[in-house]
Design a binder for this molecule. Structure first.
Ligand code: 8X3
Length: 251
């Protein structure tokens, strides 16, 4: 990991933040991307390795390419891209859902992930080396009630990951995805628009993953030998068997 340039989108909170901390411990040089500059600066101040901040919204195509193309020389050739930015907005049946929520999810989870990947790829293709690691979800594997568009966005991430792996196979560029189940981050609060009670209810009676658990596995995936690709990792809390089945202790 030492000397590697690792770019993380959505680094201003949750899994992205924890991944940045873990990579820094391993000596990686980091490009911290997000929309909240103050949060990225706070993260940067805690890190003990060289880092560079890029403030942009992954769904803003022009900004993605401008920012990636503006990277200083020391950071301009990304070795590992962690496509983490994305979120869920709302949990409603199709006929009741807010169409703005759909746009937000498709723009960041799908189009944003694709834009950032395309922007970062040229030096990887030239070097014939690199690693793209996408943060998917159990929602990329199973569709659940009221999650049609969020699940669609994550199924798209899964399909894009598989297609990218095929396209980049001749160049030896690694492409993988990690699909977490329940992780206690800001995720549910964003999904339920700040309704903390509803968000807390998601994890009631069980021990969910925390961001550091996911970051730990991401680090492991990145540090696998060059000839090894942990291509498709489903990461669940032990209490969760599927999107439908989770063992909760009565309160
Ligand atoms: C987050 C996991 O089950 O809420 O992607 O969709 S879930």
């Amino acid at each position: 990991m030492r000397e590697k340039v690792v770019m993380i989108t959505g680094a201003s909170s949750g899994i992205g933040w924890a991944a940045a901390q873990k990579m820094a411990e391993q000596g990686a040089q980091l490009i911290l991307c997000g929309r909240r500059e103050d949060r990225l600066k706070e993260l940067q101040s805690q890190l003990d390795t060289p880092s560079h901040i890029l403030v942009f919204d992954v769904g803003d195509k022009q900004a993605v390419f401008e920012k990636v193309n503006s990277l200083p020389d020391a950071f301009s050739s990304v070795d590992v891209l962690i496509n983490n930015a994305g979120n869920a907005h709302g949990l409603s049946p199709v006929h009741e859902a807010d169409i703005e929520d759909w746009d937000a999810m498709i723009d960041s989870n799908v189009k944003g992930l694709m834009y950032v990947t395309k922007a970062v790829l040229p030096p990887m293709v030239q070097k014939k080396q690199g690693h793209i690691l996408n943060i998917g979800s159990i929602a990329a594997k199973e569709v659940y009630p009221n999650g049609s568009v969020y699940c669609s966005s994550k199924y798209a991430v899964d399909a894009f990951t598989k297609g990218l792996r095929i396209d980049l196979n001749p160049m030896g560029i690694k492409v993988s995805a990690i699909h977490p189940g329940m992780v206690n981050t800001e995720f549910s609060q964003v999904r339920f628009k700040g309704d903390k009670n509803r968000a807390d209810g998601v994890y009631k009676g069980l021990q969910p993953l925390v961001a550091e658990d996911v970051a730990h596995v991401i680090c492991y995936m990145i540090q696998a030998p060059l000839h090894v690709n942990l291509a498709d990792v489903l990461l669940l809390p032990n209490a969760q068997a599927s999107t439908y089945v989770a063992h909760r202790k009565p309160s």
